[in-house]
Design a protein around this ligand. Structure first.
Ligand code: MN
Length: 503
């Protein structure tokens, strides 16, 4: 996982020569103070670095070139303390390759009623300077987030923090590689997609790797190395006696340990940030990877089952966004409904692969038969997920564009025990209601797989979609199905007219 605390947002203040050296000096002093306060804010998980005040077209172009070339710079925070004529920004901004947030704030919170004079008015012009600045971004059709409010307020810093998380995940995607072990589950549509468009749009590469290459690595691990990992399992999870190292079914756990060692080594050596599997290609494996995948997700790897590379990449992005936040993040599938009108809810799970970062208590390590794939009983972690707010996100390839679809969820404690359920589970009520949420999700073409998180918010994901410059569609407490359908139709027109059929 990237150390997002090492990433930088560059704090860039626009001005001009017109005001004279003294005012510009004050602009720099005030901007430095704001940048330092944002840097110190616990709500912003990256460094905020003050950059010299921009007063000319050349200085903007130079700043943009430096930002594009600095790997640790994940984006810009722009602000105009005074007026900064925006034609001087055009040649720089047209080359900007990093995300941006426009902070519309003012150094002074309050009007100094008794002393306000023209000097104060000259210095504190953000109210109109930032309008000139906003115009040029809109005029150039450039995506950015706009945050409005006093810079010391928690709410304002949290909005910049959300942007910083989205920009961190974006930076992480730019050189990412995802491995597909085997290809797609045969005939499934939603897990397919245009990997060339995805690489062009998102920066990450997805390539196929044959199971034979992975199995070779898996089989190279010694019994001693497997012993060590099994001992770690026994320390970390509740294990029934038959699965312990001296138990009658110990070999089922050893097989997952062997798979984990091999997969981890393959991913590390190849520099991959995530992977997919498919139960239709388990060549050379004795079990469908279960525990192994769960533990790799917990280490920060993206994952998609059945060849689902879009959910794999999205999960990795959410893992990066959630760095340091309370609550876990997992691959998930809408599995089964409870349609009792008094308490409708969704049971989310997967065949095996749910990340233990969302476990409410110490997971149980169990092995059960799997009625699909024709392999040995795979070992897997079984647990529940704590109640509280969450999101489910799906990245959809619509042929002419990508759409990020996000549903706000409320995870609940299951109303009854499910003693025979052999997999990890999360149970939730989707907002606004199950009926409306599911209708909207299906109209929008959302997948059955999601990246599920109890840490990442809709705001972070909306910022991410803005940075990626793709369609963002949210299903939340305020969603109305009729209006939602209109928004989807509007999106069809917008993307056809604004981009044509090229991505
Ligand atoms: Mn699935």
């Amino acid at each position: 996982m990237p150390k997002i605390a090492d990433y930088e947002l560059w704090f860039v203040t626009g001005s001009q020569h017109l005001y004279g050296a003294e005012t510009l000096k004050q602009v720099a002093v005030d901007s430095t103070e704001i940048a330092k306060a944002l840097d110190a804010s616990a709500a912003i998980p990256v460094n905020v670095v003050f950059k010299p005040v921009l007063v000319s077209p050349d200085s903007v172009s130079e700043l943009v070139r430096a930002a594009n070339n600095a790997p640790q710079c994940i984006g810009l925070i722009t602000w105009c303390h005074t007026f900064s004529p925006s034609k001087m920004w055009i040649n720089g901004l047209k080359h900007l390759q990093k995300p941006a947030v426009h902070l519309h704030t003012q150094y002074n919170r309050d009007i100094p009623w008794a002393s306000i004079d023209m000097d104060f008015m000259n210095l504190n012009q953000a109210a109109h300077g930032d309008r000139e600045h906003g115009f040029i971004w809109s005029r150039l059709r450039l995506p950015r987030k706009v945050v409005v409010g006093y810079w010391q307020e928690a709410k304002v810093q949290e909005k910049i923090g959300a942007f910083a998380r989205a920009a961190s995940a974006w930076a992480d995607w730019q050189d990412a590689k995802f491995a597909r072990f085997g290809d797609n589950m045969r005939e499934v549509a939603v897990t397919e997609g245009d990997k060339v468009s995805a690489q062009f749009k998102f920066g990450y590469a997805v390539n196929y790797h044959p199971m034979g290459d992975l199995v070779k690595v898996i089989n190279a691990f010694s019994e001693k190395e497997i012993d060590r990992l099994v001992a770690e399992y026994e320390d970390s999870y509740d294990i029934t006696s038959d699965l312990r190292s001296n138990g009658s079914r110990a070999s089922l756990v050893r097989e997952q340990a062997r798979i984990e060692l091999g997969m981890r080594s393959f991913l590390q050596d190849g520099g991959f940030k995530g992977f997919t599997t498919t139960f239709e290609d388990l060549w050379g494996l004795e079990q469908l990877p279960g525990l192994a995948v769960q533990r790799l997700m917990a280490s920060g790897y993206g994952f998609g089952a059945e060849g689902d590379w879009k959910t794999c990449a999205l999960l990795r992005a959410l893992k990066v966004m959630s760095t340091g936040l309370k609550g876990g993040t997992s691959f998930m599938e809408d599995y089964t409904y409870h349609l009792d009108p008094a308490n409708p809810c969704v049971l989310g799970a997967h065949m095996l692969e749910v990340c233990p970062s969302i476990a409410s208590a110490k997971p149980k390590l169990e092995a059960h038969p799997l009625g699909i794939g024709g392999k040995h009983d795979p070992a897997r972690l079984v647990f529940n997920t704590p109640a509280g707010p969450a999101v489910g996100a799906s990245l959809i390839d619509l042929g002419n564009r990508f759409r990020l679809l996000v549903n706000d969820l409320e995870v609940i404690d299951p109303p009854h025990a499910m003693p025979k359920l052999p997999v990890a589970q999360a149970m939730w009520k989707p907002l606004p209601t199950l009926e409306e949420s599911c209708a909207c999700w299906i109209y929008a073409g959302g997948a059955h797989h999601t990246a599920f998180s109890q840490a990442v918010t809709g705001e972070i994901l909306e910022d991410f979609a803005t940075i990626a410059d793709i369609e963002y569609v949210s299903i939340n407490a305020k969603t109305d199905v009729t209006e939602f359908k209109k928004d989807l139709r509007l999106g069809e027109v917008y993307y056809a007219l604004s981009r044509g059929w090229a991505i």
